[in-house]
Design a protein around this ligand. Structure first.
Ligand SMILES: Nc1ncnc2c1ncn2[C@@H]1O[C@H](COP(=O)(O)OP(=O)(O)OP(=O)(O)O)[C@@H](O)[C@H]1O
Ligand SMILES: [Mg+2]
Length: 305
């Protein structure tokens, strides 16, 4: 929707807090002080969060400083948030703070909240997928996918039934793949297992730290298409860290751009949802305009401007 098309009455509550400037398929978001009439619950909120590792020691290092953002609980769907930024700017630190994983958790200063409550540690309401293929080597594909259900005490028959469904959902073959061990799988297949293992628990928040970073370009695009399809089904809020600007613009409803040392969020963009396969979307001139804008922004950041 163009800025002119918005009227006071037609504006959704969320839009009232944002001034938007279109760039190709996206808009730069400027949070304005005027609040929505009835604010939506916040899935995640960072309130002036700073994380300093090794506090008080000679190797003290502030990874992120004064990070302040929130993600609203939009009715009927979760948002897909992509986080871009130079290496070492604190992307993984932010993700692991949401996951409640030490030593990133707890924050040194500020608050990390989920639906208004402080995050006190890990929980099954948040699932995480990492770049390196973190499967249990001594467990088969099906045993890996159903591990979380096993921890929850679900019967073997029931978890294998649900596990078989998720195995197919991520594009693996029940007969051929379920009894394989991780060392018998390609990188793409292992990430499919990791995604199934996370989604089977239906987390409210999915945290993904460069999950496709080690995949070849073709497999990566296939995985992006798969993720868009699955995410629409599970209705979770996703935080997705990537170094690929194309990936962020394709997948994200919003893109956060971080600056380095200590990291903070410098720009937020709202992006149109993916309505085509990655391979087609990436050819659209409006898509390219957004990517170029982000590339210039990140170059400026890397040059320290
Ligand atoms: N466990 C830790 N102990 C001490 N310092 C850490 C720890 N984890 C991260 N850091 C430091 O915090 C800063 C941010 O690290 P982080 O891993 O969050 O960056 P990143 O943006 O994810 O980087 P990359 O893109 O390379 O994965 C870096 O300077 C890093 O050295
Ligand atoms: Mg990282």
């Amino acid at each position: 929707m163009s800025a002119e098309a918005k009227t006071e009455t037609a504006m959704p509550p969320e839009a009232k807090t944002e001034l938007e400037q279109p760039i190709g398929m996206a808009k730069v978001v400027v949070r304005a002080p005027a609040a929505a009439e009835k604010p939506l619950p916040r899935v995640v909120e960072f309130r002036h969060v700073t994380k300093t590792y090794n506090l008080g020691q000679p190797n003290e290092n502030t990874a992120i400083r004064d990070v302040d953002f929130f993600v609203e609980d939009l009715p009927g769907r979760g948002e897909f948030i992509c986080v871009l930024g130079p290496s070492g700017c604190g992307k993984s630190t932010i993700l692991r703070l949401i996951a409640g994983l030490p030593p990133q958790h707890p924050a040194t200063v500020g608050e990390v909240l989920m639906f208004g409550q402080p995050i006190t540690g890990p929980g099954s309401d948040r699932g995480m997928v990492f770049q390196d293929y973190t499967s249990f080597d001594h467990r088969t594909v099906l045993e890996n996918i159903t591990f979380g259900l096993e921890c929850e005490g679900v019967s073997r028959q029931q978890r294998y039934e649900v596990g078989g469904h998720w195995l197919e959902q991520v594009g693996l073959n029940v007969e051929k793949d379920q009894d394989k061990y991780p060392h018998e799988l390609s990188g793409g297949m292992r990430q499919r297992v990791a995604i199934a293992r996370t989604l089977i628990l239906r987390p409210r928040i999915i945290l993904m730290d460069e999950p496709f970073g080690a995949l070849d370009p073709q497999t990566r695009m296939n995985m992006q298409d798969l993720l868009v399809k699955l995410w629409r089904e599970v209705q979770a809020t996703v935080f997705f860290v990537t170094h690929s600007i194309d990936e962020a613009v394709f997948l994200g409803d919003r893109v956060y751009v971080m600056g380095r040392s200590p990291g903070t969020i410098l720009e937020e963009m709202k992006v149109e949802p993916a309505d085509r396969p990655a391979r087609l979307m990436q050819r659209d001139p409006r898509f390219i305009e957004t990517v170029n804008h982000l590339r210039d922004t990140i170059s400026r950041l890397e040059e320290g401007k």
